[in-house]
Write a new protein. Structure first.
Length: 229
């Protein structure tokens, strides 16, 4: 049996009231999740159900009120701020709905940024970035800045940037949400291919039920818990 790369157990997240007459928000209640290497899991649910908030907990961008998150042998919930940043750079590839490319840098330089942040020498980082730019089909766009790229190209660069560090886990939050139908399908197909080629554990938040159905499992987030659809 393939070992779990990602494990979340008994997660709770409670937000305190914002005003004197307000009540707090209990977003998750005893939520658990396991994802194995090579498995792609889709999470669906209504807007406001907490899908993005869940990804933030898995990526150590936020802390749960209770429960634990493990990535391989790392207890994510016990990391310091500095350790959490290192964990994201080492173990996590994160793709957002909006690409968040740095506009003053080229596609190649944007992809190299996580390696440079890790301390990889500049030349080596650019060599690795070039390989990933080719893997997402944009070798001829290396010197283009984000404003010179189409929406689909920008998201391909974002995907390459997420994977250039060779993470164990890919987290994607509506990665095709801003794209037209044909471009979205092409980007999702690319995500699937790179997921398989790199034996990733992947968690994909999406409103697109067709894309969700093409994943290994589909879980619905409702009333603070995940359940199979």
């Amino acid at each position: 049996m393939t070992a779990s790369i990602l494990r979340a157990a008994a997660l709770e997240k409670t937000y305190p009231p914002l005003g004197a007459n307000a009540t707090g928000l209990n977003l998750f209640r005893d939520l658990s999740l396991e994802v194995a290497a090579g498995e792609m899991v889709a999470i669906v649910g209504e807007s406001g159900a907490g899908k993005s908030s869940l990804l933030h907990l898995l990526a150590a961008l936020d802390r749960p009120t209770a429960g634990e998150v493990w990535c391989a042998d790392t207890n994510v919930t016990r990391l310091t701020t500095k350790q959490a940043a290192a964990y994201r750079n080492r173990d996590i590839g994160y793709v957002w709905q909006f690409h968040y490319l740095l506009p003053e840098f080229t596609a190649l330089e944007n992809i190299a940024m996580p390696l440079l942040a890790r301390g990889v020498p500049h030349k080596s980082a650019l060599i690795s970035a070039a390989k990933w730019l080719d893997r997402v089909g944009l070798a001829d766009r290396a010197d283009h800045r984000s404003g010179e790229l189409s929406g689909g190209e920008q998201q391909r660069v974002s995907l390459a940037r997420a994977l250039v560090t060779e993470p164990k886990l890919l987290l994607a939050d509506e990665p095709t949400g801003d794209l037209d139908t044909a471009t979205a399908d092409a980007v999702f197909t690319l995500i699937q291919r790179l997921h398989r080629e790199n034996s990733l554990a992947s968690v994909l938040v999406t409103h697109n039920l067709d894309f969700a159905s093409r994943c290994d499992r589909v879980l619905r987030l409702r009333n603070g818990k995940l359940s199979p659809t």
